[in-house]
Write a protein that binds this ligand. Structure first.
Ligand SMILES: [Zn+2]
Length: 329
């Protein structure tokens, strides 16, 4: 039920025009529908608009999430337990807003069920993502990596940004999947080995987060309360940030629209938003990363502004820059 654009293929023997293969390919691995828009919405919108192939793998349907709109409270796991299928629709709408056509669930929709916060009884369910054997789940990702052959992978830090079991597991699966995909001896039936050039972890520089909360406190906003810096996932000292990505106003607007599409999970108000705890926090149009594998494409000490910098995709971008910009119109 997900769109799967054609794999990279050579021109056909009949001389027919080949399916164009985007030279830049970005893979993102996330735990639940909504995480991609909050963390990487602007980045995804930018690269999709530039003609890169953007592939999202979401590990669960987020069945255990809390539901914000009172009119949809019946979706909750302790009532109809239909939040998962509903969030599949929210994710599809978010991807449309970002211009991303390749989005999939790890192992297919519903293969791994959402876990609860650490210590929650849901985490004992044998079908939950937290209980999934690592190499089995990573194997599902290996199939995607070997098909898409991305130069760049984005996921969470080892703590999953804020300690949610599904986020920690998504990190483990992403890192193990990248390792196994490059190992020609691992399940060769899943495709030819592929080594991902650069791996990034999502992060938020502390100064930017603090400044965002100052803006929020100074602005009029509708939220009953304000979150704290510690509620924001992946806050790191500024010096640890190696890449800052923006897509300008169009990507920022797309990110906001994508976050709105996750309306059971996120309430957006201008440049701010709240999750189900009703605590306002800043919405960031510039997104930040730590390069943890591969060579930086920026001078020593400088932050990258392009995740593909230094990859073979970057060289292709220069070559086809005009075409890609035209495609973005
Ligand atoms: Zn999540």
């Amino acid at each position: 039920m997900t769109d799967r654009p054609a794999s990279p293929t050579p021109p056909s023997a009949t001389g027919a025009a080949p399916h164009p293969v985007p030279s830049r390919r970005l893979l993102l691995v996330h735990a639940h529908p909504d995480d991609e828009s909050i963390n990487n919405g602007a980045t995804m919108a930018r690269y999709a608009a530039e003609g890169a192939r953007v592939t999202l793998v979401t590990c669960t349907r987020g069945e255990e999430g809390e539901v914000i709109p009172p009119g949809l409270a019946h979706l909750a796991p302790d009532r109809d337990d239909t939040l998962g299928p509903y969030r599949v629709g929210e994710l599809a709408a978010a991807m449309e807003a970002l211009g991303v056509t390749d989005h999939r669930f790890l192992g297919g929709p519903g293969r791994y069920r959402d876990s609860g916060m650490m210590g929650a009884p849901q985490n004992e369910r044998p079908d939950c993502f937290w209980q999934a054997p690592l190499d089995e789940a990573a194997g599902e990702l290996v199939a995607v990596i070997r098909e898409v052959r991305p130069q760049v992978l984005v996921t969470y830090d080892p703590n999953g940004g804020y300690g949610h079991p599904d986020h920690i597991q998504a990190h483990r699966v992403a890192m193990r999947g990248a390792e196994l995909a490059a190992d020609a001896g691992f399940r060769p039936e899943l495709g030819g080995a592929h080594a991902i050039g650069k791996i990034y972890w999502n992060c938020n520089p502390r100064s930017v987060v603090e400044e965002g909360f100052e803006r929020l406190r100074a602005a009029g906003h509708p939220f009953p309360g304000i979150a704290s810096v510690d509620d924001v996932p992946g806050v790191v000292p500024d010096a640890e940030v190696t890449a800052s990505v923006t897509g300008g106003r169009a990507a920022a607007a797309a990110k906001t629209a994508a976050m709105r599409a996750h309306h059971t999970q996120i309430a957006v108000d201008g440049p701010f938003f709240a999750l189900s705890n009703d605590l306002g926090q800043p919405l960031f149009a510039t997104e930040h990363y730590r390069l943890v594998h591969g060579a930086a494409g920026a001078a020593d000490g400088a932050r990258e502004d392009d995740l593909f910098a230094g990859t073979d995709g970057a060289a292709d971008t220069r070559q086809h820059g005009t075409r890609i910009e035209e495609a973005a119109e």
